[in-house]
Design a protein around this ligand. Structure first.
Ligand code: DAH
Length: 358
C-alpha cells in the first residue's frame, strides 16, 4: 500500500502542474481511464484475500475520488485562465476614436461657420447666440419694425400658435434679433458675430425653409462706415483665400440700418465656374449698414453717444460658392454620399495660421 501513497502523491502533483486542459485530460485518462494506473490496480483486487481486498479496495476508491476531485478543481482553474486570456485578446476599447478616414464628416455649413468664426475672432469678435424660436419683439419691433410695418411683409414668417394673450412667437426670420439680445444683455462696446439657423416660408432650388445666416454687430464710440468696409473687405479676402477683392456697396433699404447697403464682390463667371477676385461680374454677399438710431434707442442706448455697424450674410450660399456645391436643397437632405463628398474631416480645423481650407 505504500506505493499507493506514492502514486497518489505523484498523480496529484502532476494534476496541479498540468499546463492546459488537454494535458489535464491526458492525465485523467492515464490514471482513471479504462487502462489507467488506478483502474488497473482495481483489477488486481480479485487476487487478494477478502480482508486485504476490503482494505485495499477502500483505499483505492478513496484515492480515485481524491484524484477526480483534484482534476475537477484544476479543470475549473484552467478554464478560468483560458477565458481571461480570450477576453483580453478580444477586448475592444469603445472609447477609442475611429481613424478619421472612417469617421463622420463635418457638414460644409459647420465648416464655413468655423471659418467665419476664426476670421472674426482674429478681429476681436465674440460669438453670440439666440433662440431659433423668437419673440416678435426681438425679431421685428426692436429692429425698427413695429406692428403693421410694411417691411414685415418682406419676411415670409412662420408664426407659432397664439398664446393666451393673443401674441405669437415666430421662427426667427433672420439672425438680427441677436443684435438686440446682445445690446440688452450688457453695456457697450459690443463686437459680436451671431451665426445660426433662420426660417422663412420659401422653397425652391436656391431657397430652403431653414437656412443659415451670420450677423455681425459692432457698437462703440465714433464707429463709421469705413470700419464696416474695412471689416467686410478683410473678411472677403480671407474667406475666399484671394489676395484682392473688388467690392461694390449698393444703396439699399433695411429698417434696422441707416444708411443701408448691399455688398457685391467682383467675380468672373466665364467657363461655368465662379472665381472670386477677378473678372467684371458682381455677386451679392450680404446686407449691411449703420445701426439705426431707433434700434439703439430700443436697446436703451443714446445714439449721440454710441454708433455701430451691422451686417447679415447667408452662410449656405457662400458655402455653395466656396466649395462648389450646386444645389442648396442637397445641403439638408442628409444623403451620406453627398456628405462624404462635400464634408470635412474632424481634423480639418480651420485656422488662420495654417490656412483656412488648406
Ligand atoms: N437681416 C437681414 C435679412 O435677413 C440681413 C441684414 C441686412 C442684416 C442688413 C443686417 C444688416 O445686420 O445691417 O435680410
Amino acid at each position: 500500500m505504500d506505493d499507493l501513497v506514492e502514486l497518489e502523491r505523484d498523480l496529484t502533483a502532476a494534476v496541479a502542474a498540468a499546463a492546459d486542459l488537454e494535458a489535464l485530460e491526458r492525465l485523467r485518462v492515464a490514471a482513471l481511464g479504462k487502462k489507467g494506473t488506478l483502474t488497473e490496480r482495481m483489477k488486481t483486487l480479485g487476487a487478494l484475500d477478502p480482508d486485504t481486498r476490503k482494505a485495499v479496495g477502500a483505499r483505492l476508491n478513496a484515492a480515485k475520488d481524491a484524484l477526480a476531485d483534484a482534476i475537477a478543481a484544476r479543470r475549473t482553474a484552467l478554464a478560468e485562465v483560458a477565458l481571461e486570456a480570450k477576453l483580453a485578446a478580444e477586448r475592444i476599447d469603445v472609447t477609442l476614436a475611429p481613424h478619421p478616414a472612417q469617421a463622420g464628416r463635418i457638414h460644409p455649413v459647420s465648416q464655413v461657420i468655423d471659418e467665419i468664426t476664426e476670421i472674426f475672432a482674429d478681429m476681436g469678435f465674440a460669438v453670440a447666440e439666440g433662440p431659433d424660436i423668437e419673440e416678435d419683439f426681438y425679431n421685428f419691433t426692436a429692429l425698427n419694425m413695429p406692428p403693421e410695418h410694411p417691411a414685415r411683409q418682406m419676411h415670409d414668417t412662420f408664426y407659432l400658435p397664439a398664446r393666451a394673450d393673443g401674441t405669437q412667437m415666430v421662427l426667427r426670420t433672420h439672425t438680427s434679433p441677436v443684435q438686440i439680445r446682445t445690446m440688452l444683455a450688457g453695456p457697450p462696446p459690443h463686437r459680436v458675430i451671431c451665426p445660426g439657423r433662420t426660417f422663412r416660408l420659401d422653397s425652391d432650388q436656391t431657397h430652403t425653409p431653414m437656412f443659415h445666416q451670420v450677423e455681425a454687430l459692432v457698437i462703440d464710440r465714433a464707429i463709421h462706415m469705413g470700419h464696416l468696409k474695412g471689416a467686410i473687405e478683410h473678411f472677403a479676402r480671407t474667406f475666399f483665400e484671394v489676395p484682392r477683392v473688388t467690392m461694390r456697396f449698393r444703396p439699399s433699404y433695411f429698417p434696422f440700418t441707416e444708411p443701408s447697403a448691399e455688398v457685391d464682390i467682383g467675380c468672373d463667371r466665364s467657363g461655368g465656374t465662379i472665381r472670386i477676385g477677378e473678372g467684371s461680374d458682381w455677386l451679392e454677399i450680404m446686407g449691411c449698414g449703420m445701426v439705426h438710431p431707433n434700434v439703439l434707442r430700443a436697446c436703451n442706448l443714446d445714439p449721440d453717444e454710441w454708433q455701430g455697424f451691422a451686417f447679415g450674410m447667408g452662410i449656405d450660399r457662400i458655402a455653395m460658392l466656396k466649395y462648389g456645391a450646386p444645389d442648396l436643397r442637397a445641403f439638408f437632405a442628409s444623403d451620406l454620399r453627398w456628405l462624404r463628398h462635400y464634408g470635412f474631416s474632424c481634423l480639418d480645423v480651420p485656422t488662420l495660421a495654417q490656412g483656412l481650407s488648406r
